[in-house]
Design a protein around this ligand. Structure first.
Ligand SMILES: *Cc1c(COP(=O)(O)O)cnc(C)c1O
Length: 422
């Protein structure tokens, strides 16, 4: 990629440098070394002409010239902390040229889908899908007139078939790896199939979205595999401390992000200044946190796999299916920090395991610096039907672990003492 010795131009800087150097200008906030918080809901114009110009650009009637300082208007449209965090998110996502932040991952997903898909069009999506996204499709988008076509995660032939068969296909929505069994779906192949559709409407080609919450932005780079939009629950790894709700959408094509932001103005779901500031402060450490958590998880997964109380460990470095191994090697740099254990003894064993843990806490969510464990069948996946649970690989003895950045030896000992009691 970039020549590591050439640091003469900003475009050649690596992500971990850019996240600390680009965008934010200390002169605009009294010289503060780190961004200040700008809580104002409205902004004072330097002249009536500047106000007129700001509205003309904000409404899309004209475009800002390169280097033009278009003044801010009102915080639902845009505010300095959103601009700063979007500037810092962009280099972290390989291939991205623009970002938009939202007040939750669901807000990002809902806004992105409804920006691009209209009633009468269809969306093909992998299952299992994050529960909120599944509800969004069934309880809002389908009654609204959008048609949804589910495809089992990792089944490439079915995905190709659904992409080719869906009427007025507008969005291919991939969540990879899938929750909680970490089944992976090939991004490049889905992109290729969508691009090859015959008689494509040039104005409304199908777009490929990837919910990259589980492995991004550090270990999986969907835009480099041709995806159009990457979506995040920034509540998870991007913010990393389980104390903030946020979402993000990134793209290679800034025009797509402009469209999403125009919809965000209407919905009023931009991430507020305080949350933008908090998220911005977490971004320089996302690579450090994810690397540490992934190393921890890999050591734990590989140590506990042979424990007599365990039927099976779901973790990318332990994949055995050749198709899954091929996808993993093609699109994931490291296996990540989520793993699932299938315990012998069903629900009683799973509940006892959760009860015996001393360090890991029983909670949903993931991606924080602390280790969390949950029982998907009775919690996150409890709304699913028996057929959907079977298809998702969610059984009575399954527990999902989001490994944090504690010392892995302490975590391993905690898991082993809880397993030994089963
Ligand atoms: C948590 C999560 C979401 C939803 O994000 P919120 O920030 O809770 O709204 C979407 N997708 C995935 C994969 C998630 O884990």
């Amino acid at each position: 990629m970039n020549d590591p010795k050439d640091t003469t131009h900003a475009a050649t800087l690596r992500a971990s440098t850019e996240v600390l150097t680009r965008g934010f200008d200390p002169r605009l906030s009294l010289g503060t070394a780190r961004p200040a918080v700008f809580r104002s809901s409205t902004y004072v114009f330097s002249s009536p002409e500047a106000a007129e110009r700001a509205f003309s650009v904000a409404s899309g009637r004209s475009r800002a010239a390169d280097g033009e300082n278009v003044e801010l208007i009102y915080a639902r449209l845009n505010h300095p902390n959103a601009q700063i965090v979007e500037d810092h998110l962009t280099p972290l996502e390989s291939g991205a040229r623009a970002a938009a932040v939202f007040n939750s991952g669901m807000a990002a997903i809902m806004t992105a889908i409804t920006t691009f898909a209209l009633p009468g069009e269809s969306i093909v999506y992998t299952v299992p899908l994050y529960g909120g996204t599944q509800h969004l499709i069934h309880q809002f988008l389908e009654p609204f007139g959008l048609r949804g076509f589910p495809v089992p995660a990792g089944d490439e032939a079915q995905l190709d078939g659904a992409i080719r068969a869906a009427p007025n296909l507008r969005i291919v929505f991939l969540e990879t790896p899938a929750n909680p069994t970490l089944l992976m779906t090939g991004i490049a192949r889905a992109v290729e199939t969508a691009r090859e559709l015959p008689h494509r409407d040039a104005d409304r080609p199908p777009l490929v979205f990837v919910d990259n919450t589980f492995l991004g932005p550090v270990f999986q780079h969907p835009l480099l595999h041709g995806a159009d939009l990457v979506l995040y629950s920034a509540t998870k790894y991007l913010s990393g401390f389980s104390d903030l709700l946020a979402g993000a959408v990134l793209a290679r094509d800034p025009a797509l992000i402009e469209q999403v932001k125009a919809r965000r103005v209407i919905f009023g779901n931009i991430l507020p200044p305080d949350e933008c500031w908090m998220l911005d402060g977490r971004l320089p450490t996302v690579t450090l946190r994810m690397n540490r958590a992934s190393k921890n998880a890999q050591r734990i997964a590989e140590h506990v796999r042979t424990h007599p109380s365990i039927e099976r460990v779901h973790y990318p470095s332990l994949f055995e299916d050749p198709g899954q191994i091929r996808i993993r090697d093609a699109q994931c740099d490291y296996p990540g920090a989520l793993l699932s254990l299938e315990l012998k003894g069903g629900k009683p064993a799973a509940f006892d395991f959760l009860r015996h843990l001393r360090i890991a806490r029983d909670a949903v969510s993931l991606g924080g610096v602390e280790t969390l464990v949950c029982h998907p069948k009775t919690t996150t996946h409890s709304p699913l039907s028996a057929a959907e649970l079977a298809q998702a690989g969610v059984g009575d003895g399954l527990v999902r672990i989001s490994v944090g950045i504690e010392d892995w030896r302490d975590l391993l000992r905690d898991f082993e003492q809880a397993l030994n009691k089963l």
